[in-house]
Write a protein that binds this ligand. Structure first.
Ligand code: BGC
Length: 774
């Protein structure tokens, strides 16, 4: 744990220049607006350690997979989000000497991410090798209001010299991905157009043929006064720039405002994009930097109004949760059902920017409670639209009759994972997709979704499970062989309890939804079952048979569910007995050793107990938690949050708090030694869950929202906001009381707190004494 950044409730602050931490800081200070985003690379040249990253949502490349020996069923390619044209670059030359912090003596350096208003500031004083001292101040943001635009204000002051400086704002499309499997470049130039104060570069991705036009327009002020300076466009392949040479006096402040735009052919006809980019640049330039910055602050204020979490008395925890909420809102805004949430958002290349089960298992609950219903609906529709490909995917593996296996890793519905031995058998992802439908309908009450889209997906998923199990004559039970559960430190196991449990739940839920849709929308039901050739009698008969005769591994002595058949054959050593030098295991141990060990990467049995808590009594949950947690190394960022929620449910508030801190500050404090690759964006939704579902104890059942709050000893109070079926609610938990405020203008709401029902009238609040937990 590094504790490198300063603790502040609304800002992330880096003081001093530490080139060693630069890649971590680039990840943490990333900016995005749902359409585009990127790492906090410096504007001026930097020859030190850096990972260049600018990304455009939905634009990817099918990089050919690298494997040893090819096997049938192996995905053709590993899709990856592309490092796109660099729009932040501004080269700075001082009397012919390039400004490059890696080659300077840095006298002071500070970066500050303002999460309240959505912008990044940087300032430094540095002396070049030849002794020229400069002061630089930058502000930049990717605009929420104009989500294809961004802006930078770059101010430079020569401190101890006067003379020529040259500023070259540029767009550079000659970029690479760090993780390109064959060191290929993925972009070709299509066109470019420059003019006196800017230009546009249009690039096309190889194979996928996405086109992105990236443009810039700038203006200059000297000591705050607009200055017209002759500039010279420079172009070369995949690059446009404008060289601005000016004579500057010592102490003068030169500010270059660079407006940038990124348009993608997913949203515009490629042939019009040069012109459209130019028009957008005119528009934002006309608006001006200050107006854009004010709009940005207003747009963020509106977001925070919906989903801020306030933690009183613990600034580190407060900063952690705000950082997580900030990153989630930067990554996905929910306006476009073709887009999804990559595990690293716009902060790095790892995981290829693709969609994982993370979205359904972790992100959907966050967006359900903190954004308009249409946002989580769009996440569901994303999968609905890919159903055809999921059926195709299952067919390739030998399934039939409309069975669907959703991909573990995807951009457009096609399976494109890169790790046969782990990912291939993680069929549990199908369950999470069904679970998200349940979650959405349960939270919103939008049952029409089931008739319109949900049931079709559920039947296809249930069909898959019904074909994936087999009858064991020996056990006289159905079994599921050769799978990988959420714990990726076990591969190709038989009867993973979580997978068996979620598969049976899927079939049960499908039966329930069939009855609902049949009753509420008989015509739709008829149309659907006809179209997908669903034989209700035989197919539901099979589902029921499997539901009643599934094998669930269990140990009678310990009275716990077994993660999989044979788990107890492993040598039962605990994480606390591992030398610190052996961790993280994934970096220190051979894969063979990991697979043979009892160590669990992330919640597996506990993930199931979290999803289906109502089906198990508290002692069962406790016994399993007490057994599995000491064996869990939490080497997936998705792990601590589930443990935090379960610990809170069990009343173990101290451990819940420790897990919470670990999840919420995972990237800020670089817990897993991997923040330099990017932030763990999808697990940030888990952090939110650990406050709202863990400490807040929020649940939704039978159309009613309930809370069972606990206050960690380290906090004076905490408060969160949710929207529930159109009603904005704000909940504050202090040492003395739980206050529920109904912020709706004219609708009352019924809530339950600690098992007791209350009606909270519109515009008023209800207070209940807080349960004393310690
Ligand atoms: C986890 C998976 C997760 C993936 C992407 C892996 O480390 O084990 O559960 O889907 O990361 O976040």
């Amino acid at each position: 744990m590094k504790q490198y950044f300063k603790v502040d409730e609304w800002r992330i602050i880096e003081e001093g220049f530490n080139s060693h931490y630069n890649k971590i800081a680039e990840s943490v200070f990333s900016l995005g607006n749902g359409r585009m985003g990127g790492r906090a690379n410096f504007e001026e040249a930097y020859s030190g350690e850096t990972l260049q990253g600018n990304y455009v949502a939905g634009v990817y490349y099918p990089d050919k997979t690298r494997v040893g020996w090819w096997k049938n069923g192996y995905p053709e390619y590993f899709a990856k989000v592309l490092n796109a044209a660099n729009w932040v670059g501004i080269d700075v030359s001082l009397n012919g000497e390039q400004l490059d912090l890696a080659k300077c003596k840095v006298l002071s350096f500070r970066r500050e991410l303002n999460m309240k208003e959505g912008h990044l500031k940087r300032n430094f004083r540095a002396v070049t090798a030849s002794g020229r001292e400069v002061e630089v101040e930058t502000i930049r943001f990717t605009s929420l209001a104009d989500d294809e635009a961004a802006a930078i204000s770059y101010t430079i002051k020569p401190v101890n010299f006067g003379g020529y400086i040259k500023l070259t704002p540029f767009i550079d499309g000659d970029v690479v991905n760090k993780d390109a499997n064959y060191d290929e470049k993925f972009w070709d130039e299509v066109a470019k157009h420059t003019w006196n104060d800017g230009g546009v570069l249009q690039m096309r991705t190889k194979k996928t043929g996405f086109e992105v036009a990236t443009g810039m327009k700038y203006h200059i002020t000297v000591d705050g006064e607009p200055e017209h300076i002759e500039a010279e466009p420079v172009t070369r392949e995949k690059y446009i720039g404008t060289e601005i040479r000016m004579e500057v006096k010592q102490g003068q402040r030169v500010t270059l405002c660079k407006y940038a735009a990124n348009l993608s052919s997913q949203n515009h006809p490629a042939s019009d994009m040069l012109e459209l980019t130019q028009q957008l640049l005119e528009k934002v330039c006309h608006k001006g930097f200050d107006a854009m910055l004010a709009e940005q602050a207003a747009a963020w204020a509106a977001k925070w109004q919906l989903n801020d979490i306030i933690i009183e008395g613990d600034a580190a925890a407060q900063q952690g949760i705000r950082f997580n909420i900030f990153q989630l809102n930067q990554t996905y805004t929910g306006q476009d059902d073709r887009l999804n949430i990559g595990p690293k958002g716009f902060t790095g290349e790892k995981y290829g920017g693709s969609t994982y089960w993370d979205t359904e298992a972790y992100c959907v609950p966050f967006y359900l409670a903190t954004a308009d219903q249409s946002v989580s609906r769009n996440l569901l529709l994303y999968r609905y639209k890919q159903l055809g490909k999921a059926i195709e995917n299952a067919k390739l593996l030998g399934f039939k009759d409309g069975a669907a296996l959703y991909p573990m890793v995807t951009m457009d519905g096609t399976e494109c994972h890169n790790e046969w031995e782990i990912t291939f058998e993680e069929i549990h992802r199908n369950g999470a997709i069904a679970y998200a439908i349940f979650n959405y309908v349960n939270y919103t009450g939008d049952e029409q979704y089931l008739a319109d889209y949900g049931l079709e997906v559920l039947i296809a998923i249930a069909r898959f499970w019904a074909q994936r199990v087999n009858w064991s004559a020996d056990r006289q039970r159905y079994v599921m062989l050769g799978v990988t559960g959420p714990n990726e430190y076990e591969n190709n196991v038989n009867n993973n309890w979580y997978t068996n449990t979620i598969s049976v739940w899927c079939m049960r839920y499908t039966l329930e939804v069939i009855e609902k849709v049949k009753a509420a929308s008989p015509d739709k039901y008829k149309e659907l079952t006809g179209r997908i050739h669903f034989n209700e009698e035989t197919e539901t008969g099979r589902f029921k048979d499997i539901i009643s005769k599934m094998h669930f591994p269990y140990d009678d002595n310990l009275q716990i569910f077994l993660q999989q058949d044979g788990y107890l054959d492993k040598e039962q050593i605990l994480v606390k007995d591992l030398p610190a030098t052996d961790r993280p295991l994934v970096q220190k141990w051979s894969w063979d050793r990991i697979l043979r060990s009892p160590f669990i990467k992330q919640a597996d049995v506990l993930q199931g107990l979290y999803f289906f808590e109502d089906e198990y009594d508290i002692d069962t949950i406790r016994r399993n938690y007490d057994f599995y947690e000491p064996r869990t190394v939490h080497e997936s960022s998705l792990s601590p949050c589930v443990h935090s929620i379960i610990a809170a449910k069990l009343g173990d508030i101290e451990r819940a708090y420790q897990f919470y801190l670990r999840t919420s500050r995972l990237d800020i404090d670089d817990y897993n030694n991997d923040t330099e690759d990017g932030c763990h964006t999808t697990s940030m939704a888990g952090t939110w869950m650990s406050v709202v579902q863990g400490f807040g104890g929020m649940r939704v059942k039978d159309g009613k929202v309930s809370f069972d709050p606990l206050l960690p000893a380290q906090w004076n109070a905490f408060a969160f906001r949710i929207g529930f079926r159109g009603i904005p609610l704000s909940i504050r938990v202090s040492q003395s009381q739980v206050e529920i405020k109904n912020e709706a203008a004219d609708e009352d709401v019924e809530v339950s707190v600690y098992g007791q029902s209350y009606t909270v009238a519109a515009g008023s609040s209800t207070a209940i004494p807080t349960k004393n937990n310690y």
